[in-house]
Structure formats: structure tokens, C-alpha cells
Design a protein around this ligand. Structure first.
Ligand code: HEC
Length: 321
């Protein structure tokens, strides 16, 4: 890790003040937005410096928080209490974690958010140690720069990945693997049929969005994966999903199979005991957007309005054609 080059890069980009993250860019590629031409020597060539912040930039920006994104702005995060960026709708779990962000707490959280704050909606984790240290110094440098929204492409290849191999069954008992979703982009949502609120709300929203997408909805896989396989059999899922767009595919499997896909997508889920031996499930309620090759490109969040979500889905489908 070349720290000096890193800080110099950030400072240089800040000094010229023209580079911003394209943030939620659904094409999955980093594209600096420029107001003015960038002087060549101030930016490392993109092919030699992969953007370590790029995966984070799907959901976060380092800047003023001007655009609504899935996650809070990370500007000036050192010294801030967890879950305290004004106006951002944090999970209860993060707000009540009692954490204050410093190098150590940030490093642990970025490495494995769910282990540090069970139930946080931060689904990312698994960066190599060296990259995490570099990322933290990058965030600090970018926060300290006079124009904090300036940021740059840096560092080692990003190894963050969301998604991966799985084997499940659909509502007719047919085997479905990650390969069956390839060729079309996908929107995946994880939940369970006894879910009182967020699952029916999200499935109803997806149904509405599919209607608005019109014929484009046929060029998209919309998938509901249960994280409660003990109760959600194929038949149970079929009945439940009959209330929503018939193109939404329900997937279930064994405990181990569900654990595998949840791990691949960084989905948190846990049983919460209720009355009379009953239980509910805590779970990640993010809709994952994947491209036609199975690569993660972004999320839909229940906090954003339908118009934003529709635009994201339209971009996702268009990018695939
Ligand atoms: C798919 C979306 C997504 C991605 C990608 C993502 N995050 Fe997050 N992040 C979130 C959400 C949502 C929260 C809010 C969590 C909550 O409320 O529990 C969050 C919270 C955080 C927080 C706590 C912020 C605070 O104000 O307390 C930090 C730090 C953070 N993320 C760092 C990162 C870093 C670094 C990366 C890239 C390695 C990253 N995140 C990638 C969605 C994401």
C-alpha cells in the first residue's frame, strides 16, 4: 500500500475539485463525473488503480449527502457516533450499538458489519485487511480535503463481492441455481411468508414496479428467497406469492442451502422468539440488483420512493440489452 500516493491522489483530486463519485451508477463501473477536463497527471490511470471505494459508492458517498443513497454519507465519519448522520434513516441496531467510529471500530465493522452490529442494514463485508486500512485512510483524507466531495480512484483491485453460487428449489420443486438467473438482470429480495410488514410491502412495491415497467419486466428476474425454510415450503411459498405479480419466483431450500445463499448475498437473518413457541425473523430487507452476468450493481431500499426505484430498474434492464 502506497499511503503517500493515496493521500496525494486524494489531495490532488480535491485541489482541482472536479471529480465526484458517480455513486449509484447501475452499470457497475466507476465513472468520474467531471465539470472540467482533468489534467492527466493528477489522476492515476483507471486500469492501474482499481477504485477501492467503488463498491461502497453503490450505497455511500463521501460528500454532502446531496443525493439519496442506500447508505449514509461517510464524510467526517471518524469521531462520529454510529448511526448519527442527520436525517438518515438508520436501523435501530446501528443507532443503539453504542459505537463511536475510530480506526479500530471502523476496521472491524467494514470487515464484518453483521458480526459487529447484528441486524445492521449494512450488508457489505469481507474486504482484505490491507484494503480496509487503505480505505479508512482514504475516507479520512477525502473528509479532510477542502472540497470533501472530491474523491479519486485508488488502490488495489476490489475484491468485494455480493452474490455467488447457490442451489435452491422453486415453488414447483424444480432445482434453481445461480446459472438460471443469468442472461437477464435480477432483483432479489429475502424474506418470509409470515412476515408482518416489510415483505408484503416490498413484494407489493415490486409488483407495482413490474406493472410500470410494462414489457421490460419480462426482461428481469424478480426473485423472493425465503430465510425461513422451516415454515416456507415450496407449496407455502406458492400460495403466498399468488397475491403478487405471477412472475415473481419464490425460492426455498434446506437450512444449509438458505445459509449458503444468505452468506453469498451478505443477508442477515435470525429467529426472534415470540409467544407460544411462535417466532418471527429479523432479516435484511434490501432488494439486491444484479446484472445479467450475476454481478452486484446496487440496491432498492424501502426508504426510497417508487420513482427512484423505477428509474433504477429501467436502467438495470436497459444496461442489459
Ligand atoms: C448495498 C449497500 C451498501 C454498500 C455497498 C455499502 N454499505 Fe455501508 N451502509 C449501508 C447501509 C444501508 C448502512 C446503514 C446501516 C444501518 O442503518 O444499520 C451503512 C452503514 C455504514 C457505516 C456506518 C455509518 C454511520 O453513519 O454510522 C459505515 C462506516 C459504512 N456503511 C461503510 C461502508 C464501506 C466502507 C463500504 C464499502 C466497503 C460500504 N459501507 C458499502 C449500505 C451499504
Amino acid at each position: 500500500m502506497n499511503w503517500i500516493a493515496l493521500v496525494a491522489t486524494v489531495a490532488a483530486a480535491a485541489a482541482i475539485g472536479v471529480v465526484r463519485f458517480a455513486g449509484n451508477d447501475l452499470s457497475g463501473t466507476y465513472r468520474p463525473k467531471t465539470d472540467a477536463p482533468i489534467a492527466p497527471p493528477t489522476m492515476p490511470p483507471p486500469e492501474t488503480f482499481a477504485a477501492i471505494f467503488t463498491p461502497c459508492a453503490h450505497c455511500h458517498e463521501i460528500g454532502a449527502g446531496a443525493r439519496p443513497m442506500a447508505g449514509p454519507p461517510l464524510t467526517g465519519i471518524i469521531g462520529r457516533k454510529a448511526g448519527s448522520y442527520p436525517g438518515y434513516p438508520y436501523s435501530q441496531a446501528l443507532r443503539s450499538s453504542g459505537l463511536t467510529w475510530n480506526d479500530a471500530t471502523l476496521a472491524r465493522f467494514i470487515a464484518d458489519p453483521q458480526a459487529v452490529v447484528p441486524g445492521t442494514r449494512m450488508i457489505f463485508g469481507g474486504l482484505p485487511k490491507g484494503d480496509i486500512a487503505a480505505l479508512i485512510s482514504f475516507i479520512k483524507a477525502a473528509s479532510a480535503a477542502p472540497n470533501a466531495s472530491a474523491a479519486a480512484t485508488i488502490l488495489s483491485p476490489s475484491t468485494l463481492a455480493i452474490g455467488g453460487p447457490f442451489e435452491l428449489i422453486d415453488t414447483k420443486g424444480r432445482k434453481v441455481t445461480q446459472n438460471d438467473l443469468l442472461g437477464k438482470p435480477s432483483a432479489l429480495f429475502f424474506g418470509y411468508t409470515n412476515c408482518p410488514d416489510v415483505c408484503p410491502t416490498t413484494l407489493a412495491e415490486l409488483t407495482r414496479l413490474m406493472k410500470e415497467l410494462g414489457p421490460d419486466a419480462n426482461r428481469l428476474n424478480v426473485v423472493f428467497v425465503t430465510i425461513d425454510p422451516a415454515r416456507d415450503t415450496a407449496a407455502e411459498l406458492a400460495t403466498y406469492l399468488s397475491s403478487f405479480d405471477p412472475r415473481i419466483r419464490g425460492l426455498t431450500g434446506t437450512d444449509a442451502q438458505i445459509a449458503t445463499i444468505a452468506k453469498a448475498y451478505h443477508v442477515y437473518y435470525a429467529r426472534v422468539a415470540g409467544e407460544g413457541g411462535n417466532y418471527s425473523m429479523d432479516h435484511t430487507a434490501t432488494v439486491y440488483l444484479m446484472n445479467a452476468k450475476g454481478g452486484f450493481v446496487g440496491t432498492l431500499s424501502t426508504e426510497e420512493d417508487d420513482r427512484t426505484s423505477l428509474a433504477k430498474l429501467q436502467r438495470l434492464v436497459r444496461a442489459a440489452s
